[in-house]
Design a protein around this ligand. Structure first.
Ligand code: FAD
Ligand code: SF4
Length: 486
């Protein structure tokens, strides 16, 4: 029996990353493998099983955290992994990439250090594959209904898996040459090795999900035809329209969107070319933006041996600890150093920095970036604070505004955009066009993998209900659900 007082006697021990000097020389994941089971058992025993599990509520998937903690603390790995897989289709992704709002909401975190929930999840996820708990689960019978899922990011894949397992004949259409959405071409291999995605896709295939890559629905295949060929269509096309920076010189050669850069680096890793055409090698690089995408550009540029990398973040440096207006259990904005920031050594970020312009050299290409201190409140450049950085490459990582507005898909299906630029849908993920549903970033706006999986699961339940008049599939969230403080 696990020690019920372990939260009083056992300190938090997170798994360690490989040394920054070592990992920056390769593209393998920064964490060398899953945490060892004895460490996981010890850390799971710190869970207080506190009765009102805020961790469970903070997780968009409703992961059964106290349950799998108790099972892991008692060495029942098979049952723990089964409990995890009951609510999370892809825990190997969330265990590596989720920002873990559950840990911010852990009751132990009120006056101590949270349980290492994400590490435990990752260990259970990887162990589930090793012991054969995470295996293909094809449906026992087919319904004869045909569903098309458009987009193969985490939302589309989660929905497809749920619908296939429910017995519907499900085909995923993806315009890219490979499957996975931002898991494939956005997030770099040093945060998610792609064999993990391939293994999951093999599982989906073994269950019966069909895939068609290289099909841009709306252009290569009219969306209304797709609708008439299927009993339902679920759009999980992401929010891939980049936010632009209208500063002077933003269209100079050498100023690029982050996703162009990250896609090429991911393609190089997957063998499409020995060296990406767009590389940071031997260049001064300036990254404009402060989120995950900017950090991924940083880690990629360091591995490509950039001469220097500076990140301009328009936000002021966050506080080291929770601010009073972000009390427990919200996931607070605090100062964090990602693995990429660790690798940079000295702090590569300039906080409260607003980009003033991009300047060309004699060859007409980008030569420098001008920035200034951003005035608190309106973020305008503060007079007299302008500075210049040399730059042959500037990467715009300013986030995404929503699904691509110029895609013919929406027009062909008669869909409307909502006030935030996302595809409009009702409380059941349904659009105004009968049998057409929307899930993931396309409906929610730029978000997180855990929300995308939750959206996929919930939208699958809505599609199942539309097709059969009833459903046994879970609905972890509604489109109206959001984090306590976004
Ligand atoms: C660089 C980067 C790093 C990130 N890091 C993290 C992280 O660490 N943790 C985290 O939780 N989240 C992270 N995110 C966010 C996360 O990746 C997204 O929220 C998530 O992938 C959204 O899933 P989705 O399925 O809705 O869309 P996407 O993953 O964007 O997938 C949409 C898919 O639809 C396809 N598609 C679009 N239009 C069509 C069409 N007409 N026909 C056919 N296919 C089409 C696209 O090609 C794409 O494959 C990151 C995002 C980026 C860009
Ligand atoms: S998916 Fe994210 S929020 Fe949910 S339990 Fe795992 S780490 Fe926590």
């Amino acid at each position: 029996m696990a020690d019920p007082r372990a939260f009083l006697t056992t300190p938090r021990r997170a798994r360690t990353r490989r040394p920054p000097q070592e990992r920056v020389q390769d593209w393998a994941e920064v964490d060398g493998g899953r945490p060892p089971l004895p460490l996981v058992r010890e850390q799971a025993s710190r869970c207080m099983d506190c009765g009102l599990p805020f961790c469970h509520n903070a997780c968009p998937l409703g992961n059964l955290v106290p349950d799998w903690n108790a099972l892991a603390a008692g060495d029942d790995w098979r049952a723990a992994a089964t409990h995890l897989l009951a609510t999370d289709n892809f825990p190997e992704f969330t265990g590596r990439l989720c920002p873990a709002p559950c840990e911010s909401a852990c009751v132990l975190a009120i006056d101590s250090e949270a349980v290492t929930i994400r590490n435990i999840e990752l260990a259970l996820a990887d162990h589930a594959w090793e012991i054969g708990v995470d295996r293909p689960r094809p449906p026992e019978r087919q319904t004869g209904r045909r569903v098309a899922v458009v987009g193969s990011g985490p939302a589309g894949l989660a929905a497809a898996q749920q619908l296939t397992r429910a017995g519907h004949t499900t085909t995923v259409y993806e315009r890219a040459d490979r499957l996975g959405g931002l898991l494939r071409y956005g997030i770099p291999p040093f945060r998610l090795e792609k064999h993990r995605l391939d293994r999951r896709l093999d599982q989906l295939r073994a269950e019966g999900t069909r895939f068609r890559t290289g099909v841009d629905v709306g252009r290569d295949l009219p969306a209304d035809r797709l609708r008439s060929d299927h009993d339902a269509v679920l759009l999980a096309v992401g929010a891939t329209a980049p936010r632009e920076l209208p500063s002077p010189g933003h269209d100079l050669p050498g100023v690029r969107h982050a996703m162009d850069y990250l896609t090429q680096a991911n393609r190089a890793d997957q063998g499409d070319f020995p060296r990406p055409p767009l590389t940071a090698e031997g260049r001064h690089v300036v990254i404009v933006g402060g989120g995950d995408t900017a950090a991924d550009c940083l880690g990629t540029a360091l591995r490509q041996h950039a001469t220097s990398v500076t990140q301009l973040d328009i936000n002021p440096r966050p506080p080291d600890h929770r601010a009073a207006e972000q009390p427990w259990p919200v996931h607070p904005k605090v100062y964090r150093r990602t693995a990429s920031h660790e690798e940079a050594g000295e702090e590569p970020r300039v906080f409260a920095a607003t980009t003033v312009g991009f300047d060309p050299g004699p060859d007409g290409r980008l030569a420098s970036v001008r920035f200034a201190h951003a005035t608190p409140g309106d973020r305008r450049p503060e007079a007299g604070t302008e500075r210049t950085l040399p730059a042959q490459l500037a990467l715009l990582a300013l986030g995404f505004t929503g699904p691509e507005p110029d895609s013919p898909l929406a027009g062909q299906l008669g869909l409307a955009f909502g006030p935030h630029g996302t595809l409009a849908r009702d409380a059941h993920f349904a659009t105004a066009t009968a049998g057409v549903f929307v899930a993931g970033d396309a409906g929610r706006g730029q978000s997180l993998i855990v929300w995308a999986i939750a959206e996929g699961r919930a939208a699958a339940a809505a599609v199942d209900h539309y097709l059969r008049g009833t459903t046994d599939l879970p609905t972890p969230i509604t489109p109206a659900d959001h984090p306590l403080i976004p």
